[in-house]
Design a protein. Structure first.
Length: 293
């Protein structure tokens, strides 16, 4: 249980996002089960090329136009100009070797008709995969302090957290430069916190989430362990797939992070400690204690 007497910053969950297929569109949800690997269904699927290497918006921006929806064990996928596709989320393979960044593991490949749909829309040969039951992928123990933190096909960690205030500050800078403001969705975070000051998420050791409403004594503590280094994906408009440079250009002016040797960062990666679970809901109270050097 979190000790709220030690909270320096407080707020609440303003948005919850699940991204079932890595690099495709997300689903804004009102609640989500918290699993060892992050929010249920998050990055549970991935598209790979003929060699089994993952593909992302970095190469194919229009992936963001692929919109999944989940109900009763089926994932329905839509995209402009395509007939809706139904995918049994428990498809059984065949097995194939896949790679996400430096991690190589065994995946289960979707049926041919599913792969043909994605290949047609993305205009490149690709295959939908999910992790094989025996596969295990762990977040970097360098950042988790040695704790085992399983994840699925996220870039590196089970949960990504940003605050709306951080997005608001970015938007103020964009507006001042004559650029168009952006939505938090561009940063593909699972948890968007309302009520924090800008980049408070950088400065707290753990995000404590009150589960079950006001007065509940059930809290989930998510250690915030690694700043999220940013690639060009936040410059892709999730509504149109149009690409620009304004977000990256603006972040370059104020978000170099010494913790990652000067890389541009935005948001914090978190993991789910063993034994932590339950349900997260929009509106859940959150808090944390500031770290001081």
């Amino acid at each position: 249980m979190a000790n709220t007497d030690f909270f320096d910053v407080t707020g609440h969950i303003g948005q919850l996002w699940v991204f079932p297929i890595k690099s495709c569109a997300g689903i804004a949800v009102q609640s989500a089960r918290l699993m060892a690997t992050g929010l249920e269904h998050d990055r549970a699927f991935m598209l790979v090329d003929g060699q089994g290497d993952f593909i992302s918006q970095r190469e194919i921006a229009r992936m963001v136009l692929v919109q999944p929806a989940i109900a009763d064990g089926l994932m329905t996928v839509t995209a402009p100009g395509m007939e809706p596709l139904s995918v049994d989320m428990a498809f059984a393979g065949p097995e194939r070797a896949v790679r996400v960044w430096d991690d190589r593991l065994t995946g289960l490949q979707a049926p041919d008709a599913v792969n043909a749909w994605f290949s047609a829309f993305l205009q490149t040969e690709c295959y939908l995969v999910r992790m094989a039951p025996q596969a295990l992928r762990l977040a970097s123990k360098k950042w988790t302090g040695g704790a085992d933190a399983p994840t699925q096909f996220a870039d590196g960690f089970p949960v990504l957290v940003v605050s709306q205030a951080s997005v608001d500050e970015l938007n103020a800078r964009l507006t001042q430069a004559g650029e168009t403001p952006v939505v938090a969705e561009r940063f593909r975070a699972n948890i968007v916190v309302d009520g924090f000051q800008s980049h408070d998420e950088d400065r707290i050791e753990s995000l404590s989430v009150q589960q079950g409403g006001p007065g509940s004594q059930q809290w989930a503590d998510l250690p915030l362990v690694k700043p999220c280094a940013r690639c060009p994906i936040p410059d892709i408009d999730p509504a149109t797939a149009a690409s620009g440079t304004s977000v990256t250009d603006t972040l370059q002016t104020y978000r170099h992070d010494d913790r990652l040797d000067g890389a541009v960062t935005f948001g914090m990666n978190a993991y789910v400690p063993a034994g932590t679970g339950g349900v997260l809901r929009v509106g859940d109270a959150v808090g944390g204690a500031l770290q001081f050097d």
